[in-house]
Design a protein around this ligand. Structure first.
Ligand code: BGC
Length: 752
């Protein structure tokens, strides 16, 4: 990829006036960077979005209001995330790049990798997972796919943008360890592995400072620690103080606030409030981005609409999660002359994407009802009844009665339920996880006349299943699976394809089980992430809560067996080369081809800090013919065992036992092996304010105390009672030592 040398950038920079430089750090229009024709700097175009291009050539908005150039609508992130397939993310990334090239778009504004802190976040459909490792592992190949074809990405929304309520102002109050272990690692992974051309800052504040002005986030962590080389752009309208943002490391303001920003920067430099070097740095990054975009802009390209639709279809097949299949009611095999009742407006009016800035104008849309009818042919009667009105929660008794009549004597009954567009979108959060009341009432009524209902779901984020799942024999969760969702669902229902999706987010029994609900979406301008590390399965596992379906779960039309776990530890933590390889044999024990996702979770058995019960640290998806066995191998490194120490402000591994659980969901880990890792001590050095326990746990401290031969140390019970007291307090009480003795002991400690 031609990447203009810094020397070239510097010579361009030297030709620019202060005003021109300032204007380069703002866009020129809604979707364009600023040109400086005088010195041959062209404008480049950026466009949403994460699962399909939303290139607006005329009227611009960032809310999905005005139309855009027709583009392939791939499954949204919550759907594609359920594929657990990095290669698929790469293929979709490449397809997005081809479409971007065809439209003259240089940077695609995605992928979105914010954590699903609560099922209620209105934009969960745009986010990959509730787990940082999974989100990072899947988004990395998407960025690589796009950028391999000369199109940039904008990793978003950095950081802690986990709700829509008050999203432009709210302060996400997140402690250091939670940020490092939950909200930052997916960004870190993508940045370090794929170097996205750009990162988009979030709208919200993080611990009181707007993300757009957050020097620690934008410069210290992103660049100094992770080595990010690209450009940071603002989310649309996220800049409040252009000068503060520039100083913090925000290179490009989008869209431009022409009335204020350029002059504010120029004045600040002239008045000595902003170092011109900060502006020059941002300008260099803009120039570099324009340079990176040049080859693809010059070459252009086109894309094959049909081929991309086929990819969207394949992606939708892999995104669906089979949640229940009692008595193998699926796949459907309707006999000649039989009747299939297809109930639910969604079968005719598909919901396949979410609303807002990611809304794509699809090249075509597959409709489940039509796709099923075509595939079933004329020997099978398909009877459709809408059952409910989409944009209402009230039961329409006429529609419901018609649906019940259609289902009553049908051989097979499909019930297409889901969330209407008005229920979830960018811009607002949901207030409940429940399906609309009229749909649930319909399901009740259908269950009274038919005992093998097959529910097909279309929704962007988790919905409650526990109140109605017992009424269904089978449940196929299709998420918002893009323009080919209808055909893919038909193939899955009829067994022309085998479901292989796995939940990338837990399905709790009820919203109240989600610990984040205690503080969601916050109030008075603040949302406190009081649950800390415990979102998603980390919460349900720690609190020992039943769930409807756990993270990582998904059924298949075949069965798999895992055997012969082999774990090998190589290298050491101290040597910085720890590598733990995990191998397991996976066999397809059923009669159709299918795919299984082998998942590896790590549990810290001996820990001095609060840790999740288990955390996903590796996975691999394996495709197997009936009877076939393959050896799946993954590898873990030091980070897989580490936690973020708020004492040392870095990742640390605590020596001791770790259990590796290997299986096919976070709650189905039939194989396990414990490894014992040696690691340098992570205890903080002891001093005057350390407790008696801490002194006794420290090698030097213990030796010095024992040399004192104080009688109190001989009394174990007394030591456990006073052990939590700082040494200074013990000295004040004259308990076994006095201040001069403490000073002497402290002076004898050598720094470790
Ligand atoms: C969204 C971004 C999007 C931008 C441009 C904002 O409202 O938060 O995700 O990329 O608009 O449409």
């Amino acid at each position: 990829m031609p990447d203009p040398e810094l020397a070239d950038l510097d010579s361009v920079l030297a030709e620019l006036t202060l005003e021109e430089k300032a204007s380069l750090t703002l866009g020129s229009a809604f979707w364009h960077t600023a040109p400086v024709e005088r010195v041959g700097i062209e404008a480049i175009m950026v466009s949403d979005g994460p699962h399909g291009l939303r290139a607006q050539l005329e009227e611009a908005d960032h809310l999905g209001l005005s139309s855009s150039v027709p583009a392939t609508c791939f499954p949204t992130a919550s759907a594609l995330g359920s594929s657990w397939n990095p290669n698929l993310f790469n293929e979709v990334g490449q397809a997005l790049a081809r479409e971007a090239r065809a439209c003259g778009v240089s940077v695609v504004l995605g992928p979105g990798i914010n954590m699903k802190r609560s099922p209620l976040c209105g934009r969960n459909f745009e986010y990959v997972a509730e787990d940082p490792w999974l989100a990072g592992e899947l988004a990395t190949p998407m960025v690589q796919g796009l950028q391999s074809l000369g199109i940039g990405t904008s990793l978003k929304h950095y950081a802690a943008n986990n709700q829509e309520s008050d999203r432009l102002r709210v302060s996400a109050e997140v402690d250091e360890r939670t940020l490092r272990e939950i909200y930052l690692p997916a960004f870190e992974r993508v940045v370090t592995q794929a170097q996205p051309w750009t990162v988009m800052c979030a709208y919200n504040k993080v611990n009181g400072t707007y993300a757009s002005e957050h020097h620690w986030l934008l410069t210290e962590v992103l660049r100094d620690e992770w080595g990010f080389e690209g450009l940071v752009m603002s989310d649309w309208g996220a800049v409040h103080d252009r000068v503060a943002a520039l100083a913090a490391g925000l290179d490009l303001e989008m869209p431009p606030n022409h009335a204020i920003s350029r002059d504010a920067v120029v004045d600040a430099i002239r008045e000595g409030r902003l170092d011109e070097a900060a502006l020059d740095t941002a300008v260099r990054r803009v120039l570099r981005l324009v340079g990176q975009a040049r080859p693809a802009r010059a070459e252009g390209g086109e894309f094959d609409v049909e081929e991309h639709h086929r990819l969207a279809h394949r992606a939708a097949l892999e995104s669906a999660v089979l949640l229940k299949n009692e008595g193998s009611v699926l796949p459907l095999a309707p006999a000649s002359g039989s009747t299939v009742a297809v109930i639910g407006e969604f079968a005719r009016t598909p919901r396949f994407q979410g609303a807002g800035s990611s809304q794509v104008n699809p090249t075509r849309v597959d409709v489940l009802l039509d796709e099923l009818t075509t595939r079933l042919g004329s020997d099978v009667t398909v009877r459709f009844a809408p059952g409910f009105a989409l944009e209402s929660v009230d039961t329409d008794s006429g529609l419901q009665e018609e649906a019940v009549a259609a289902a009553r004597d049908a051989d097979h009954v499909l019930v297409c339920l889901g969330l209407p567009g008005s229920a979830e979108s960018e811009g607002f959060d949901r207030t409940s996880m429940d399906l609309p009341a009229n749909q649930l009432a319909l399901l009740d009524a259908l269950a009274a006349v038919h005992d093998r209902l097959i529910v097909v779901l279309a929704n962007g984020s988790a919905v409650t299943l526990s109140t109605w799942e017992h009424r269904a024999a089978a449940v196929l969760e299709c998420w918002l699976s893009g323009q080919a969702a209808g055909g893919a669902a038909a193939d899955l229902l009829l067994g022309r394809a085998n479901p292989s999706g796995k939940l990338a987010e837990s399905l709790p029994l009820r919203l109240a089980d989600c610990a984040a609900s205690l503080n969601f979406p916050g109030d008075s301008g603040v949302v406190r992430y009081g649950e800390g590390l415990f979102i998603g399965y980390r919460n349900y596992d720690k609190a020992e809560l039943e769930v409807s379906h756990p993270f990582g779960f998904g059924l298949s039309y075949t069965t798999f067996a895992l055997a012969d776990l082999d774990v090998r530890v190589g290298g050491t933590v101290a040597g910085g080369d720890l590598a733990v390889s995990v191998a397991v044999s996976v066999t397809n024990t059923g009669s159709v081809a299918g795919a299984e996702v082998v998942q590896v979770y790590v549990r810290d058995v001996e820990t001095t800090v609060a840790r999740p019960v288990r955390e996903l640290k590796a996975f691999t998806k394996v495709w197997l013919e009936p009877g076939e066995t393959q050896r799946a191998t993954v590898s873990l490194d030091e980070r897989s065992f580490a936690f973020w120490s708020i004492v040392h402000h870095r990742w640390v591994v605590e020596a001791g036992e770790f259990e590796l659980g290997v299986g096919t969901s976070s709650r189905d880990l039939p194989l396990a092996e414990t490894v014992t890792l040696d690691a340098p001590s992570i205890a903080a050095p002891v001093g005057r304010d350390s407790t008696l326990h801490e002194w006794l746990a420290d090698e030097q401290g213990r030796r010095l105390l024992l040399e004192l031969d104080a009688p109190l140390l001989a009394d174990d019970h007394l030591v456990s009672v006073i052990g939590t007291m700082p040494m200074t307090t013990l000295a004040a009480f004259g308990m076994g030592l006095d201040y001069p003795t403490l000073d002497r002991l402290t002076s004898q400690l050598s720094p470790n």
